[in-house]
Design a protein around this ligand. Structure first.
Ligand code: AVJ
Length: 383
């Protein structure tokens, strides 16, 4: 999963990026193209290299400079302040993924209750040959939110690609995963892009003449409501172009008795993942939130067909963030995540709404998770 918006990772990227402004078209192997939304406008001169290194070594270290809201990601600060002021209170799920949050998410993917990751992997490996025959060889695989690229080798070994283009907002994740993939696929040209895939991106000129296969695994699309999901799928269509294909993983609607434990596991890892957002606010925005006065809640909202995660105040609390005061009464919540689930027809309709025509679909024995291959065609005229 993409470590989206990690302020510390961004600082590192900004500092390194400042030295070498690269020509977007001058792509060499393992060069990282940066564009799209530029990471937070932090003046690199303000970033103390010692701070960056200490942060990388131990992100949990209570370095007082880290708690200086002036050094925090302005987008994080804005989302948190607006989210705590609004009713209902809500903070976007993208802010879960600081270093600690990304580690906790990796732990979640290995939980017995969290069937998504393991099921998607098994579908990918069981149907690799089938998928490959529908995509055809020689495509440039473009992965959206490549993150740690955990499922990438399965796809790359299946489809005989001509190039690999991982897109992620976190330069650190890109560097790590590219280095690993270069070892595994020494003959595959890799062209990483550091950028925000929510917007249309220019692909590297090196793959201009190649057919493309988008890869968007993990049901990340589930974090968006329908209009946002359609916008994103359309942006992918624009990025990849007509004739491209898209392999996307979408989690399915199933009984709440299976869904709830996947988001409220017995070991409490998901609770820790959710509560880490409050720790992150305290660490990076100078917050005084009494984290122990909140509990993790996972609910199935059947009307909206989504799992919701909330942080519920177990008593009346008051605290400050970035010098601003907030109060939350006992029983009230901060809504931190939606994870939409789709029936097979819903998922295909969603894709078609964005110009993607489904041409193949695979699932597991129990129908827990869906993997869909779609093609970018112009929307056909009505018959
Ligand atoms: C990364 C958005 C797919 O919704 O299942 C896991 C995030 N949140 N457990 C999901 C998540 C809590 C995950 N996605």
């Amino acid at each position: 999963m993409a470590a989206v918006g990690d302020a510390r990772t961004r600082r590192v990227a900004v500092r390194e990026g400042a030295a070498t402004e690269r020509d977007v078209n001058a792509v060499t192997r393992a060069d990282i193209i940066r564009h799209g939304e530029t990471p937070a406008p932090i003046d690199p001169a303000l970033v103390d290299p010692a701070l960056v290194d200490a942060t990388l070594a131990d992100p949990m270290l209570p370095d007082p400079k880290l708690a200086d809201p002036a050094l925090a990601d302005p987008a994080f600060r804005a989302d948190v302040l607006a989210g705590l002021s609004g009713r209902p209170r809500a903070i976007p799920a993208r802010w879960f993924y600081d270093r600690r949050g990304s580690e906790l998410f990796e732990d979640i993917t290995r939980l017995p209750e969290y069937y998504l990751t393991r099921t998607e992997r098994s579908i990918l490996s069981a149907h690799a040959a089938d998928i490959a025959s529908l995509t055809g060889p020689g495509r440039a695989v473009v992965e959206f939110g490549s993150g740690s690229s955990a499922k990438t080798p399965l796809v790359l070994s299946a489809v005989a690609p001509s190039a690999y283009v991982p897109i992620d907002i976190s330069g650190q994740f890109l560097r790590d995963s590219v280095a690993e993939l270069e070892r595994q696929f020494p003959n595959l040209p890799i062209h990483p892009i550091e950028g925000d895939f929510m917007h249309r991106l220019a692909l590297p000129s090196a793959i201009e003449s190649k057919p493309r296969l988008g890869f968007f695994p993990g049901s990340t699309i589930g974090n968006m409501n329908a209009p946002a999901a359609v916008d994103l799928l359309r942006a992918m269509w624009e990025t990849l172009g007509a004739g491209s294909k898209l392999l996307i993983g979408i989690d399915r609607i199933k009984p709440a008795s299976v869904l709830i434990p996947a988001y409220d596991d017995a070991q409490g890892v998901t609770a820790e993942f959710n509560l880490n957002l409050l720790h992150r606010i305290n660490r990076e925005l100078g917050g005084t939130i009494p984290v122990s006065a909140f509990r993790h809640v996972a609910r199935w909202n059947d009307t909206e067909a989504r799992i919701e995660m909330h942080l519920e105040a177990t008593r009346d609390v008051s605290f400050s963030v970035d010098g601003r005061s907030f109060a939350i009464s006992k029983g009230k919540t901060i809504h931190t995540e939606n994870s939409y689930k789709y029936g097979p027809r819903d998922a295909r309709l969603l894709l078609r709404s964005a110009g993607w025509t489904p041409i193949g679909e695979w699932t597991d024995r129990e129908g827990l998770f869906g993997l869909i291959l779609a093609e970018a065609r112009a929307v056909p005229a009505a018959p």
